[in-house]
Design a protein around this ligand. Sequence first.
Ligand SMILES: Cc1ncc(COP(=O)(O)O)c(C=O)c1O
Length: 387
Amino acid sequence: MNIDISRFYAPDSFAKIKDFASELETPCLVIDTDVVNKQYTELSSHFPDAKIYYAVKANPEKPVLELLNQKRSNFDIASTYELERVLAVGVTPERISFGNTIKKRKDIAYFYEKGIRLYATDSKADLRNIAEFAPGSKVYVRILTEGSQTADWPLSRKFGCQNDMAIDLMILAKELGLVPYGVSFHVGSQQRDIGAWDSAISKVSHIFKRLQDEHDITLKMMNMGGGFPANYSSHTQSLDVYAAQITHFLEANFKDDMPEIFLEPGRSLVAPAGMLISEVVLISRKDKFALHRWVYTDVGKFSGLAETLDESIKYTIYCDKDGEEEGAVIAGPTCDSADIMYENYKPMLPLTLDIGDRLYWFSTGAYTATYSAIEFNGFPPLRTYCI
Ligand SMILES: Cc1ncc(COP(=O)(O)O)c(C=O)c1O
């Protein structure tokens, strides 16, 4: 096929995953943890002074957590279930942040009981709950950011608050006996516009300054969330370009008074480590002159490819056949007409593609298996193997 595989995988990693999968039943997801290791090391080398909090939601497989624990990563946790998983591999509580701004009171109490003392917030009600159930803890406030037009998977609106509210929350935190610790943002996942970090960082520096000057509150930390790119069909800049630009924004805004920097990468660490393998179930044309084939495969929106919703994430699909290629509509195996991954963006596939052939979905290590339904149409959840 007319695809440059080296843009997605090192040759040895590609061969290793493909060989390993050759005897496995499809659909399945194979993760090469060496790639996670490499991605983590690369990100740390670009931001040597930052603390990395891996966003567990991207891929909570045990070998991935074990590897990152060995590397002394920190962990961004969204629920008590994720908390159990990281504690089970030996992560210590001071390396954990409860990063979800939407949490039950009993869950805050559970985190506190387990020793977690760092919490995200974006509302007064949540902050009061933290003060009651996690007294004396450090809190950081999440602000709203721009950039939803340029992120493939935006995270704005639902999370974060405006600057004025952020300032009020930090003042209230102090009054409630909590430690007003910092500010966080997330510019949106798979953010293509590096400038989105510029406006977010400058908002944060403004909040730091106002709290210091007007309220004598010294914040210590800025959490820059995730948003770093993975390799999908549409190109992005490489991580070193992101890192150089963001470092420049940091220096321009904070000069000699740099706060502690936290990063919360999910997608960029694990997406490139994964390859989803599916099988073609059926190929058809809707009439004899139709320009496009419909290719139905045994993985779909409900079995791991949820991020194809609105065709947001455009995965590169590869098969072992050659010859003339033509765009195809790609759909999943269930009896639900929403189970169409790509109808506008039609991935190119060879005309020689046949029923029973395997399709290789590149860069699928993040936000796939965990999105998979447990029994829709009776299909089991996506099986994951780590090598
Ligand atoms: C609070 C928080 N931090 C970090 C991430 C990870 O972001 P990304 O996968 O873009 O690196 C997410 C993703 O949803 C998130 O909600």
